[in-house]
Ligand binder design. Structure first.
Ligand code: GLY
Length: 365
């Protein structure tokens, strides 16, 4: 098992390893000795696989367990679901020493975290991510929230968990597509800050998503990503500076995701967004063709796309809703050298011309 310490407004550990779901009750009990009640939040695809294991493990430690299961998918990430969670906590008489556990992917973690951040002005949350994407990104760092019809993650709070329990055995049962989209976030860390991770991914690129069956390698990869994320969080918990590099590929990615009405998965859109940024940097002359080709080869080796048909205008329009926008300035994350991300301020017009590159019209990117 790998233990990664995160020291932010709350200090906690991320535990990454095989078989941890069965010890989840014991871990929660050790960290929250005074908690009597536990709400496990999960969704319709994950609950049948793992809920029983966590529930039984928690009951064995004396927790009175309630459950809130929502319909899997981004469409559920709204105030109605969070209100459902608040309702269970209120009816069951949860107090400030009680606990919520998020068992599932990013949508589950974000919503359960937000319910915990807001119920009684804040109760503890334990993140138990079951998808690759949630293990390497969403569950660590305390971002919680919901979508609005106007945009993704528009309402939320920073609320750090008391612990993150990552059972890498869960990766074995992930559908191929869900594993693949998680690889986009893994590759993102390699590009923005981690050359050893880039080398490891490149060495294993011929195996593609077959790496999922290599438990030792996956534990190592997830651990490296978590260490990267912890490093970023510890320097900028509230997303005012360096944390924004984690958004590489996301500004364009979020626009693609929203345009597809969330039918295109988040990680797929992030991969497309990274591809778009790579092309734009090459056109701007800041990234060499050789480096760009290495980056794109790595993305495609793991089954991910590097293009989309949004236009520069659509990308600009969508970016106007981005949380990284301050006033009329966008923080655009660029990688001009593998392992090194930069934050560049652009006006919306500059962003459109940057994306357009050598295009003279608004043809798709
Ligand atoms: N998912 C990006 C962040 O946590 O800042």
């Amino acid at each position: 098992m790998i233990r990664t310490a995160v020291k932010a407004s709350k200090s906690y550990e991320v535990l990454t390893g095989s078989g941890l779901l069965s010890s989840s009750g014991k871990i929660m009990r050790e960290l929250c000795p005074g908690a009597r009640k536990l709400l496990i939040v999960s969704e319709t695809r994950v609950a049948p696989l793992y809920l029983e294991k966590v529930r039984e493990s928690a009951k064995a430690q004396g927790f009175e367990v309630s459950e809130y299961i929502f319909e899997a998918g981004e469409a559920s990430k709204n105030i109605g679901s969070v209100s459902g969670m608040w309702g269970v906590c209120a009816r069951e008489g949860f107090t400030r020493t009680d606990l919520i556990a998020a068992l599932g992917g990013g949508v589950t973690g974000d919503m359960a975290g937000f319910a915990a951040a807001s119920f009684l002005r804040g109760i503890d949350v334990i993140q138990i991510p079951t998808s690759l994407l949630a293990m390497v990104d969403a569950s660590v760092g305390g971002k919680t929230g919901i979508d609005l019809p106007e945009g993704k993650n528009q309402v939320g709070a920073f609320w750090q968990p008391v612990c993150v329990i990552e059972d890498t055995d869960c990766l074995k049962t992930l559908p191929d597509g869900v594993f693949t989209e998680g690889m986009a976030e893994v590759i993102k860390y390699a590009f923005i800050m981690d050359i050893p991770l880039y080398d490891l991914l490149r060495e294993n690129a011929s195996r593609g998503i077959g790496i999922r069956d290599d438990a030792e390698l996956m534990e190592r990869i997830v651990g490296m990503c978590v260490a990267d994320k912890a490093d970023v969080i510890m320097n900028d918990e509230f997303d005012n500076g360096r944390r924004q590099i984690l958004n590489y590929g996301h500004t364009a990615g979020h626009v693609i995701e929203k345009k597809s009405d969330f039918s295109k998965p988040h990680g797929i859109c992030v991969a497309k967004g990274m591809g778009i940024m790579i092309d734009a940097c090459v056109a701007a002359g800041s990234l060499t063709e050789d480096e760009a080709s290495k980056m794109k080869s790595l993305i495609t080796a793991y089954g991910l796309p590097v293009t989309d048909d949004i236009t520069p205008e659509e990308a600009r329009e969508g970016a106007m809703n981005d949380k990284k926008k301050r006033g009329n300035t966008l923080s655009v994350i660029l990688v001009n050298k593998i392992g090194d991300a930069q934050i560049v301020k652009m006006t919306p017009d500059e962003y459109t011309s940057f994306l357009r590159g050598k295009r003279t019209d608004d043809t798709p990117l």
